[in-house]
Write a protein that binds this ligand. Structure first.
Ligand code: PMP
Length: 285
């Protein structure tokens, strides 16, 4: 069966799912998106993802031509139409086709695209042994320029940091904010464990309000692991007992080396493993 892609209200075969070369999503990164996952046929935290999408859209003055309920139904329908139970879902809303100028008023029809497929952000071995990352010299977008809370189609900031990581032999990179504080990685939020407690940068650090991050904070509370959201420095990272990243695509992945410094004993730590186990119980993975 050919893969079905949702395009503006219809499920069409993948080969027919096309958008204009004049789409401002392509020309200018003018649009917003979400990355979701379904486990056992059910989309994880669907309402939270839909709410974040509409908040991102509001942040860029983009009116989505669907109600939140209709959008959630469209996501479910796309997963079902592809007969997938465990999958990654990419939901995109672009400003639509316009002219060769920035003016968004020339774009009359936002394009709504939903793709259900698979993703392997990091090779499986890193979930076992942990990732090595570097701190990128590319700082996270200044919140006054483009808020990192807006999940926009403009990911160049993160891509540049990722390239720097790759050139240093790492597949992920840590980004600091304009104040030199730890923000997040290129597609994940960051957590540290020190003396049995969790810490993670707060939203004020200029990060995406990660849905996996939120879930980890919930399960930490449920398991009696204290957690704080506070400004973190590179030094906090270097002296942590454990470090891990969270994201829809990444799920929970341990980090064992940062800027060549060994974190803890260089192996994924017990609290990371406990949270991963609880995450797997929730998702059935
Ligand atoms: N930060 C960035 C920059 C991201 O792209 C992502 C992936 N969406 C995350 C954090 C993690 O967010 P979530 O857990 O909602 O996927």
């Amino acid at each position: 069966m050919a893969k079905q892609v949702y395009l503006n209200g219809e499920l069409v075969p993948q080969a027919e799912a096309k958008v204009s070369v004049f789409d401002h999503g392509l020309l200018y990164g003018d649009g917003v998106f979400e990355g979701l996952r379904a486990y056992r046929g059910k989309v994880f935290r669907l309402t939270q993802h839909i709410d974040r999408l509409y908040d991102s859209a509001k942040g860029i003055w983009l009116e989505i031509p669907l109600t939140r309920e209709a959008m959630a139904d469209a996501v479910d329908a796309t997963v079902a139409a592809n007969g997938l139970s465990d999958c990654y879902i990419r939901l995109i809303v672009t400003r639509g086709a316009g002219s060769l100028g920035l003016d968004p008023r020339k774009c009359s029809n936002p394009q709504v695209i939903i793709i259900a497929d698979s993703i392997a952000l990091y090779p499986a071995e890193f979930y076992e042994k942990g990732l090595e990352i570097i701190t990128s010299s590319v700082i996270r977008n200044h919140p006054a320029a483009l808020s990192p809370r807006i999940k926009s189609l403009n990911y160049l900031n993160n891509i540049l940091a990722k390239i720097e990581g790759i050139q240093a032999g790492c597949i992920e990179a840590l980004m600091l904010n304009h104040k030199g504080e730890v923000a997040e990685c290129t597609g994940d939020n960051l957590f540290l464990v020190k003396k049995g407690g969790l810490s993670t940068p707060s939203l004020e650090a200029g990060i995406l309000d990660g849905i996996t991050r939120d879930f980890v904070l919930e399960i930490a509370a449920e398991q009696g692991v204290p957690a704080v959201e506070r400004p973190l420095t590179k030094h906090d990272v270097y002296i942590a007992d454990e470090c891990f990243l969270t994201g829809t695509a990444a799920e929970i992945i341990p980090v064992v080396k940062v800027d060549s410094r060994v974190i803890g004993d260089g192996k994924p730590g017990p609290i990371t493993r406990r949270l991963e186990k609880r995450f797997r119980e929730e998702t059935g993975k």
